[in-house]
Write a new protein. Sequence first.
Length: 378
Amino acid sequence: MLILGIETSCDDTSLALLEVKGDLKNFSLKAISNVVSSQIKLHAKYGGVVPNLASREHLKNIRPVLETCLKESGLNFNQAKKKIDLICVTRGPGLIPSLLIGVNFAKALSYAWQKPLIGVNHLSGHLYSFLLPSLKTKNIKKFKEKQLKDIFPAICLLVSGGHTQLIYMKNLSQYKIIGETRDDAAGECFDKSARLLGLKYPGGPEISKQAEIFNEQFLKTPTGIALLKKLSKAKLPRPMINSTNYDFSFSGLKTAVLYLVQDLEKQNLLSDYKTILAYEIQNAIVDVLIKKTMKAAEFYKVKSVMLSGGVSANKLLRQEMFNATQNSKRKINFFAPELAFTTDNALMVASAGFFEYLNNPKQSFNWFSISADANLSL
Ligand code: KG4
Ligand code: ZN
């Protein structure tokens, strides 16, 4: 079965082709193509995504992105029309002006090609991203019942620009949110803190780069040790790290960064402290994410921990979460998506649509029943 995935929930226009076989107990996935047109440059000068600009760009890019996606798959328009069996599009959550472009484009294609259309939850796309096979090797990833039994139940930490959620996954079809952020998402905290430090958007990769500079050039030097000593008086908080639930809160951390930055600016010291602040911000966010995820993993006695969402591209988070699972008393597997599949992409949307299709074999999936929903929850 060949699935066309379409993603336009925020600032990435992405279309992908995924070849799938099998059922919920025994299936295989092959990535045929995944094209992402990023709008980062456009939004960077505003320090964040501007919804109406994003929508205009999606409208401009969606058709060329489809053409590139088909070309990379060795298909022309007529062959695609014949070979594609199912279309899946993100219908929420996200920015409504952005979602509407993808949803309406998908509806038009579904009508014109007479193919079923599934409206997918963007977050379930992130959940399944750890399953996706590499695009580079064009390998087929196969999952058998026994293997799936060794993976589930699992805890997935979904960390993106808009969400920070802990999800208990009983299996591929049954999952529930057990904790989420009460205010800012982890990615938002990276982005807003980066802005305070004068770094460009998106802030996550920038903070990570600066933190690495501190790690490599200063950490063990007398300057680094002196800076750390000075900063330890104003150590950044780890909000809700010891709370009894699985919720998160990052707005307090952002405010603490704001006060620290204002103080350093007054003393004209901000540029001296930029790398160490980035190092500390990253440590604070990662500490909270790991402690709470591992607490959930122990409580629910899961077999695996997974990462997903844009923030799961963070090297420190991936490394420390891996270490935490390896150091735990029980054996816990660790999964993280390939870097290209951490941020928004249409391949994950196609995979989420596949599982929705397997879970609802009798549904007809008509284009006219699909609508965009900015606040869709898992
Ligand atoms: O999943 P995503 O592409 O979009 C949403 O659905 O929100 O996530 C984007 C977020 C941004 O906040 C960005 O700063 C963050 O992911 N991010 C990172 C890294 N790469 C992207 N955060 C920390 N470290 C990174 N390396
Ligand atoms: Zn996302």
